[in-house]
Design a protein around this ligand. Structure first.
Ligand SMILES: Cc1cc2nc3c(=O)[nH]c(=O)nc-3n(C[C@H](O)[C@H](O)[C@H](O)COP(=O)(O)O)c2cc1C
Length: 161
């Protein structure tokens, strides 16, 4: 390998992404979630999406066993949610509003888009697993700006012209 960890992270950080909160729930309705920018579309037909989950995550077991997850795409005003679901916050769900659709994974209020997914596959990938989901139901807003992540920091879209 001709580069170190820092150089790798710097290169990856040049790829601007949106930010999601990925949620799941047990059959008993206990809710879990974490902030993730590794979300990607995979397939249009069938409708598949993915995100990568670190093997050190406290949520690894529940995500790989629940059979469901929801992708909640954050809007620019939801930075607090990103912080809440990526740090030791106490109860990440305190004071939040959410609903469930088909799978039972929590759909957070006020997001740009939400996708309710049945877990299609879990692939081993280095220090992460790749969670592939089949989208069962979705919603998105026509207007609104996304919260972005770039070079290790939060960013937003600036309209030009
Ligand atoms: C902007 C941002 C993006 C992140 N993306 C991911 C990701 O794609 N996958 C991941 O496993 N962790 C990601 N993290 C880190 C997790 O959110 C963080 O480690 C969280 O504390 C995990 O919680 P848990 O251990 O309770 O699951 C990201 C954090 C931030 C701030």
């Amino acid at each position: 390998m001709s580069f170190d960890r820092r150089a790798f992270r710097n290169a990856l950080g040049c790829f601007a992404t949106g930010i999601t909160v990925i949620t799941t729930a047990t059959d008993a309705g206990e809710t879990f979630g974490l902030t993730a920018n590794s979300f990607s579309s995979v397939s249009l037909d069938p409708p598949l999406v993915l995100f990568c989950l670190g093997k050190t995550s406290n949520n690894l077991d529940v995500f790989t066993s629940s059979g469901r997850f929801a992708v909640n795409v954050l809007a620019e005003g939801q930075r607090d949610l990103s912080v809440r679901f990526s740090t030791a916050f106490g109860d990440r769900w305190e004071g939040l509003t959410w609903e469930t659709w088909e799978t039972g994974a929590p759909i957070l209020a006020g997001c740009l888009a939400s996708m309710d997914c049945a877990t299609e596959a879990v692939h081993d990938a280095g220090d992460h697993v790749i969670m592939v989901g089949r989208v069962k139901r979705l919603a998105s807003v026509a207007e609104g700006k996304p919260l972005l992540y770039y070079k290790g920091d939060y960013a937003g879209i600036t309209d030009q012209g």
